[in-house]
Design a protein around this ligand. Structure first.
Ligand code: UGA
Ligand code: MN
Length: 353
């Protein structure tokens, strides 16, 4: 057979197959508009491969070349039809696909984040939220140092799709008025602990400030905490680190720029606590003592000693969190309404501190 004849024969065969496919597909799918439910009726495609094969055979293909092409096309068609209709390639009707439930790593991580109104608040929370959106099975407790919740924060939280609580816990007036370092985020964190005591039975809690930088790998490290776990925190200071010191796989002490007689000289971002372990210590809380918040809280978890610390981040050899600090800025100037009324700036200014 001439080459050009073979070519036209293959083309003819392909056109026939498309027509056959169209007919088979439209007769299999019977979905009347008046159907009482949304289930698409699938008529069992008895021997789909046989039907296609006999159709091709009827074309009396006599060349070995076109036959092998036809064979390949049949196989491809049968596979495609099977995929589209969710049936086996040999005309068998496979079990209907049951949507599998998403499986989340357990237990739940309770992430307690203190926050307060300032120019950097929404940018910091946006960054943090979009990190946490990559982490499964978390419950985010965002607690504002304020008397009422901030609408922009609520809107941001809703958009993330992360299960959250938006609570308030203002710093007591006596500490607000005090000169010098203030116990920042303490009322918020204690409110978070109160919520956990009232609502959680198991899981792991972590104090995650709104201005730090989190590698998503950290959260899988935290999840396995049985009692109290610790790991290195990167600091952008001369000391550079706050971490347990590990030698021969064992905890031997702490490395931190400011020890100040603390039993647990570790950064707030450097430890997590199992919820059941916490619940067995009903008095555990964070003291309003600037600089001693972590130490005070960890000491309140007694009985618990440093040698019992679970070492995370590959025996404390990896940095998965940084205690970053954003330069604090003054609030933006009020908008000149005589000049910018009826412009986009009015709406934009409502989103800025
Ligand atoms: C860290 C600790 O998180 C503080 O608890 C601790 O007091 C401090 O170190 C320290 O050891 O001196 P730092 O990064 O210095 O804090 O302070 P911020 O990031 O400003 O505050 C910590 C958290 O509390 C943040 O999530 C922040 O949003 C929140 N915060 C701060 C408030 O809720 N209210 C405030 O008035 C200030
Ligand atoms: Mn901070």
């Amino acid at each position: 057979m001439k080459l050009s004849r073979k070519f036209w024969m293959v083309m003819f065969l392909a056109v026939c197959l498309v027509i056959i496919q169209y007919h088979l597909t439209s007769s299999w799918l019977v979905a009347p508009a008046s159907a009482s439910n949304n289930v698409v009726n699938i008529v069992e495609p008895v021997g789909s491969e046989e039907m296609l094969r006999s159709a091709v055979e009827r074309l009396q293909v006599d060349s070995a070349v076109t036959a092998s092409v036809g064979e390949k096309v049949i196989k491809e068609l049968v596979m495609q039809l099977g995929r589209e209709l969710g049936i086996g390639g040999c005309g068998e009707v496979s079990a209907p696909a049951i949507p599998s439930k998403p499986t989340y790593p357990s237990p739940t991580l309770y992430i307690i984040t203190p926050t307060y109104r300032r120019p950097e608040q929404i940018p910091e929370l946006t960054r943090m939220a979009q990190t946490l959106m990559h982490v499964q099975n978390i419950h985010w407790l965002v607690i504002e140092d304020a008397n009422t919740t901030t609408k922009l924060v609520t809107e941001l939280l809703k958009r993330t799709g992360i299960p959250f609580e938006h609570l308030v816990a203002p710093m007591p007036e006596e500490y607000k008025k005090r000169r010098g370092p203030k116990p920042r985020g303490v009322s918020n964190r204690n409110r978070g602990l109160e919520w956990i005591r009232a609502n959680a039975t198991k899981g792991v809690l972590y104090f995650a400030d709104d201005d730090n930088t989190y590698d998503i790998l950290l959260f899988d490290e935290i999840r396995t905490t049985k009692r109290v776990a610790m790991w290195p925190v990167g600091l952008c200071t001369k000391f550079g680190l706050s971490t347990p010191i590990v030698q021969d796989g064992k905890f031997t002490g702490f490395y931190d720029g400011w020890v100040a007689g603390r039993k647990f000289p570790i950064d707030m971002a450097g430890f997590a606590v199992n919820v059941e372990f916490l619940l067995k210590r009903p008095k555990a809380s964070m003291p309003y003592k600037a600089g001693f918040e972590e130490d005070g809280f960890l000491k309140s978890l007694a009985p618990f000693e440093p040698h019992e610390i679970e070492l995370k981040a590959n025996n404390c050899t990896k940095v998965f969190v940084w205690h970053t600090q954003t330069k604090s800025n003054t609030a933006s100037a009020a908008l000149d309404m005589s000049k910018y009324n009826n412009t986009n700036l009015v709406l934009l200014k409502q989103q800025i501190v």
